[in-house]
Design a protein around this ligand. Structure first.
Ligand SMILES: Cc1ncc(COP(=O)(O)O)c(C=O)c1O
Length: 420
């Protein structure tokens, strides 16, 4: 093995221990060995890529090469929006680099309130609460509102932050089969009558890019007296007339009790939120540990988020262009012969199914060498042990770029034998 192929996680790296000591990392030895075996075949590590320079929402320099980005969650291309960047710079000047405190102590600035006002206007809700990440928003909701007498009923393919929120709280957890309305109904029917119920759904499931049948699911949840939370991390910005998410498009806004979202995707920065019309929602600011026991977002971040959210309200043309891109890429990849996770473009994520890790990484690398970056996903992040190359489109991808992307897929797919 060459020095270059050795990594800080090399299984050969012995840790000297006291005679009776057990290396707590020993449980990871199989994973470390599997990863090293893959790298020894000569492929690059898909999980340690560095963006040397980022030129725009769709272009970066990677390994010294100008590369088209097709694996970011920058769906609406807001990261380089001149108004967004200017707002961040101004807030940095006016308020400094960070708040150094929790939202409930010294960490609520004018900008945090303005950001919550922008969210209330965007969603048309009475309440909005900004968290430091979307991960923490989910941790907060799941762990705070459902106690040990209560039930959280969730889709088996829920995001890690939903599962982790459940693990942090005391509620009893019931899972139903992914996107299966009958199974959801069956599980709800079997629950004891006492105890509260929270059904947790996602608008778009990010691994396969499929959407939830929210109309049917929310109706079932309400019939069984459950509150409903929908995570719109991958739907905000371009589903529904106002870009609120899949729940808006499905026409179930009045029956959804909480919408969870993130600033790290369409909004183009970092942060998370929950919006709600529940009259007691504001008590969350006192009892929700992932809100209370962490520092608030820097002023520059909330200023960029608020500016971006206000612009997204009117981004009708961008939404239309994103959908056009997504449909064209889905059609093009299907015609080339790739096996796709959804029968049609359901969101801005298009996932390509591949048989195993080796071919997935080989294909990923072939695309990168041509100048195209996509996401690779593997178990345990994926459902049913799948290996995926995930493309996520941006409203700023030009027609010409989509054409180039299809050309690169054709060449890499043929070179690696994935398509004939
Ligand atoms: C469905 C879903 N919820 C929540 C999150 C967490 O968002 P954040 O990046 O803001 O922590 C993600 C992030 O990937 C997500 O996909």
């Amino acid at each position: 093995m060459t020095e270059a192929a050795r990594t800080p996680m090399d299984p050969a790296d012995e840790v000297p221990l006291a005679p009776s000591g057990r290396d707590l990392f020993s449980k990871f030895v199989p994973l470390i060995a599997e990863r090293q075996a893959l790298l020894d075949t000569g492929v690059r590590d898909p999980f340690s890529l560095v963006m040397e320079k980022v030129h725009s929402p769709t272009r970066a320099t990677i390994n010294g090469k100008e590369t088209i980005l097709l694996g970011t969650y920058n769906y609406m291309g807001m990261t380089f929006d001149p108004d967004v960047v200017a707002a961040g710079k101004q807030a940095l000047e006016d308020y400094g680099s960070g708040t150094t405190g929790s939202r409930v102590l010294n960490g609520t600035y004018q900008g945090h309130k303005e950001c919550e006002e922008a969210l209330k206007a965007y969603y048309g809700t009475r309440h909005a609460m900004v968290f430091s990440t979307g991960y923490q928003a989910n941790l907060g909701l799941m762990s705070t509102i459902a106690g040990k007498e209560d039930y959280i009923i969730l889709d088996a393919d829920s995001h890690a932050s939903i599962y982790d929120g459940c693990a942090l709280g005391n509620a009893q957890i019931v899972r139903f089969r992914h996107n299966n309305v009958e199974d959801l109904e069956k599980r709800l029917r079997r629950l004891p009558t006492e105890g509260g119920r929270l059904v947790v759904l996602e608008g778009v499931y990010s691994m396969l890019g499929d959407i939830a049948p929210l109309k049917e699911m929310v109706a079932v949840a309400k019939r069984h007296r459950a509150m409903v939370a929908v995570d719109e991390a991958h739907g905000m910005g371009f589903f529904g007339t106002h870009g609120r998410g899949v729940f808006e498009e499905a026409g179930v806004e009045d029956d959804v009790d909480f919408v969870i979202g993130t600033f790290s995707k369409s909004v183009g920065t970092v942060g998370g939120f929950i919006v709600s019309n529940h009259p007691k929602f504001e008590v969350m600011r006192l009892v929700c540990r992932p809100y209370v026991f962490t520092a608030s977002l820097p002023p520059s971040v909330v200023a960029t988020a608020a500016t971006s959210i206000r612009k997204l309200m009117h981004a009708t043309e961008k939404r239309a262009h994103l959908w056009k891109n997504s449909k064209r890429l889905h059609d093009g990849l299907r015609q080339l012969g790739f096996d796709l996770a959804t029968p049609e473009a359901q969101s801005a994520i298009i996932a390509i199914l591949l048989p195993d890790q080796q071919i997935t990484v080989t294909m990923w690398q072939a695309l990168l060498e041509q100048g195209l970056y996509v996401n690779m996903a593997r178990p345990p992040a994926t459902p049913a042990g799948m290996y995926l190359l995930r493309c996520s489109l941006c409203a700023d991808h030009s027609d010409e770029q989509v054409g180039q992307i299809l050309g690169m897929f054709a060449a890499a797919g043929r070179a690696t034998g994935v398509i004939s």
